[in-house]
Design a protein around this ligand. Structure first.
Ligand code: AP5
Length: 212
């Protein structure tokens, strides 16, 4: 199965993606993670991406599409398909993707924006394994319960940048819901503050039908 995860910043794409890719044994491809890895390693792409990400803007389509095309050409994507998290985010990216692959389903997590500012500004991420926490659950802990790594706040998780990310989502990414609805590929879900396992159950009930 080749799956896309769509949703506003903080909707829970990354949280669900980890679980879905574990269940179906497919690679989880997050363009945000790829850019952050490049920033950490101070590559040319990383330096370019940083200048956009820190402002809450999208990295240019040509750069992003090239990275994804290269990633999808690897062997692991041919075995059980793949899960795209955070790509495509513009109509140009969606059209470029159509030229190189066939998508089986688009999982869209629709969420009330009022939940997102608190989720994102309170998020702490493990530097080593990438696990996410909310500061309200940490009781002062500064290390990851899973691997002991240091927890940090993403530079784009501050009120001003989150506002900008949400505006960019509304303007450039939300139109993809219509694009994939017309293709008959959309599976719609509602994101809430219920435990992530609830949404995971709903999503996999639908994906199981496709996997059969
Ligand atoms: P990216 O890393 O993709 O960020 P994003 O889309 O803004 O999404 P997030 O990672 O912030 O949120 P998420 O939906 O994954 O939610 P999560 O599961 O972490 O992209 C970053 C930047 O890179 C972009 O702004 C852009 O500049 C650039 N970029 C990336 N892709 C690009 C592209 N295709 N084109 C151009 N530029 C691109 O959850 C959020 C928080 O909520 C966590 O703390 C989590 O623990 C918590 N949470 C999750 N589920 C629940 C729940 N059910 N209840 C309570 N809390 C929950």
């Amino acid at each position: 199965m080749n799956i896309i995860l769509l949703g506003a910043p903080g909707a829970g794409k990354g949280t669900q993606a980890t679980k879905i890719s574990d269940k179906y044994g497919m690679p989880h491809i997050s363009t945000g993670d790829i850019f952050r890895e490049n920033i950490k390693n101070q590559t040319e792409i990383g330096m370019l991406a940083k200048s956009y990400i820190d402002k809450g803007q999208l990295v240019p389509d040509e750069v992003t599409c090239k990275i994804v095309e290269e990633r999808l050409s690897r062997d692991d994507c041919r075995e059980k398909g793949y899960l795209l998290d955070g790509f495509p985010r513009t109509l140009a990216q969606a059209e470029a993707l159509d030229k190189i692959t066939k998508i089986d389903a688009v999982v869209n997590i629709d969420i009330d924006f009022s939940l997102l500012m608190n989720r994102l500004c309170g998020r702490r991420v493990c530097r080593d394994c990438g696990e996410s926490y909310h500061v309200s659950m940490l009781q002062g802990a500064t290390t990851c319960a899973r691997c002991g790594g240091e927890l940090y706040t993403r530079k784009d998780d501050n009120p001003e940048t989150v506002q900008s990310r949400l505006a960019v989502y509304t303007e450039q990414t939300a139109p993809l819901i219509d694009y994939y609805t017309k293709k008959g590929l959309i599976l719609n879900f509602t994101g809430t503050d219920d435990p992530p396992a609830v949404l995971f159950g709903e999503i996999t009930a639908e994906l199981d039908k496709l996997a059969r």
